[in-house]
Design a protein around this ligand. Structure first.
Ligand SMILES: NC(=O)c1ccc[n+]([C@@H]2O[C@H](COP(=O)([O-])OP(=O)(O)OC[C@H]3O[C@@H](n4cnc5c(N)ncnc54)[C@H](OP(=O)(O)O)[C@@H]3O)[C@@H](O)[C@H]2O)c1
Length: 334
């Protein structure tokens, strides 16, 4: 096999961005997309990549994509609560699967997905595209170089005012996958774990809930132990923020647009007690392109994906504990 043949499930908004990237990915090719809405897959190809209309098959429904004999990998960008059943079907059809974040909204579902993936010997990765952008790799290098000292605090912020057309994201309780926690929270929290390279000992969070019980804004704390602390703030009613900042005794470093580098250019700013303020522009990169290139290579070379099973498991453990804390208003031990 020299190329990975891809199928996409669902004509989601994110697919408008990602479809041309998968189709043109290094070591990858797009074979088919399916949607549960009649002709939505065909319309999406026409809208994003009309030149592919005779090349990529458009199906009504998912089964023809999941069971397609030519397809080796499936991208799942469905609503969060649909990730588990579709991922299990794809795995049992012996396809590798890239699942958009969060992999699932229950730890038990992640365990199920991971066990099945081991059984069927396929690769699974949770889709955190930001982790592939060189600006994030640069931040990790700065942390590793120890010029900030050992980092002992970090703060992440993700927000934008939600558009009325996206209100279906906040029409159910946080426990059932609604609200900011399961939508933008995975980024804010995953990035903190990546920076500390630790898993939380305990978490605490408070939310403003809407009439459906979905969190519109959540502010929380994560205790990584050993005097390492983090806070995060996510909101659907604050102005646009997409930032991570880390602090050590000798300095601080920040990415001002981490999950939404609109023009694909990256920037890392840092300052140290010794050397003062620095601003570095990181070259243009599409984090989605890099993510798919990586997953294609991982399949073709049979190497482990950069974002591991354990990472996905701890991500959902942390999110589930935060959801519990929102509910009972207490610290939750992990
Ligand atoms: N990595 C990123 O940058 C990023 C960004 C945004 C979202 N995401 C993640 O990607 C996943 C999808 O998010 P999204 O916001 O792109 O999804 P979305 O547009 O809400 O679509 C989700 C699913 O709902 C169905 N759908 C879409 N539009 C619809 C409509 N008008 N009426 C009825 N059903 C409709 C589609 O399935 P059918 O075509 O089968 O009907 C689609 O696959 C989520 O897990 C999210 O967390 C990732």
């Amino acid at each position: 096999m020299t190329k990975v043949n891809w199928g996409i499930l669902g004509a989601a908004r994110i697919v408008e961005k990602v479809l041309p990237i998968i189709a043109n990915s290094i070591y990858g090719e797009l074979v088919a997309i399916g949607s549960r809405r009649r002709d939505a897959a065909k319309l999406l190809i026409n809208k994003t990549s009309p030149e592919l209309i005779n090349k990529v098959q458009a199906y009504n429904g998912f089964d023809s994509v999941i069971n397609h004999p030519k397809i080796n990998a499936i991208y799942i960008p469905l609503a969060n609560e649909d990730h588990t059943p579709t991922a299990l079907k794809a795995i049992r059809s012996k396809k590798h699967v890239l699942i958009e974040k969060p992999m699932a909204i229950k730890v038990s579902d992640v365990e199920l997905i991971l066990n099945e993936a081991k059984k069927y010997d396929v690769k699974i990765m949770e889709g955190f595209m930001y982790a592939f952008h060189p600006q994030f790799e640069r931040l990790l290098d700065i942390i590793k170089s120890n010029i900030l000292g050992e980092i002992n605090y970090a703060h992440s912020m993700f927000s934008f005012p939600i558009q009325p057309s996206r209100h279906y994201r906040i029409n159910r309780p946080v426990k059932l996958g609604g609200g900011a926690l399961w939508d933008i929270g995975p980024y804010a929290i995953h990035t903190l774990r990546q920076c500390f390279k630790e898993n939380p000992l305990r978490v605490y969070a408070q939310s403003k809930l809407n009439e459906y019980g979905a969190d519109i804004s959540t502010t929380g704390m994560i205790d990584f132990g050993d005097n390492k602390r983090a806070t995060f703030d996510i909101s659907f009613e604050c102005t646009r923020r997409s930032e991570i900042e880390v602090f050590g005794p000798a300095g601080r470093a920040k990415i001002p647009t981490i999950w939404q580098p609109e023009d694909h250019k990256g920037k890392v700013v840092y300052s140290t007690e010794k050397s003062g303020y620095h601003e570095e522009i990181v070259p243009m990169s599409s984090h989605f392109e890099l993510e798919f290139k990586h997953f294609n290579e991982s399949i073709l070379k049979k190497t482990p994906p950069k974002l591991s099973f354990q990472d996905a498991l701890w991500n959902i453990k942390t999110l589930e504990a935060i959801q519990k804390s929102i509910e009972i208003k207490e610290w939750i031990l992990l």
